[in-house]
Design a protein around this ligand. Sequence first.
Ligand code: FES
Length: 207
Amino acid sequence: MAGKKSRGGAYAALSLRPAPKGRAVEQRAFDEVVELLGSEPRTRDLLIEHLHKLQDRYGCLTSAHMTALAYEMRLTPAEVFEVATFYHHFDIVKDGDVAPPKLTIRVCESIACHLAGGEAMIDELQARLGAEVRVVAAPCIGRCDAAPAAIVGQNSIGNATTDSLVQAVEAQRVEASVGSSHRLRHVQTTGWIPALSACVSGQRNVD
Ligand code: FES
């Protein structure tokens, strides 16, 4: 099997590298991960970034893709699984599970949004949108100043109502705007989230 090489050829074909412990790396998943990452570095600080790429491309994170990503980044599968399961915006699909619908609405259920009636929208939204769209509760998404807030796909919407969220779905406004993308990047790359992620993945001592 010729396999693909990562940047600099540092990562040899799957069959030429030592087999990882635990779950076997699936060739197809490995090829998809290598193709998706392209020439991007495989450094561990980019783990969340690469998980996002998989989530965006496939709509979820399968065990096969996460195992292949761990292999490609020279991390343990446990490190990748622990980081992936920490973030609510990743949809983990274990073996045998059915992948979620392509579009998910995450309605913030944290205190500011809860008090503003966010949680009460969940059942109504699901009833109006049907099985093609998944509606779930999520922890704070950083839009507390515009509670209640929700994320349609990757598009965060403040002062949300069931009508505004349904309209966003119908108009396919599901991509992150520059503003929300910047906000999300800020939340992911500063403060306690990366610190906690580093602790979870063992890069940093909790002391
Ligand atoms: S509490 Fe809902 S966005 Fe922060």
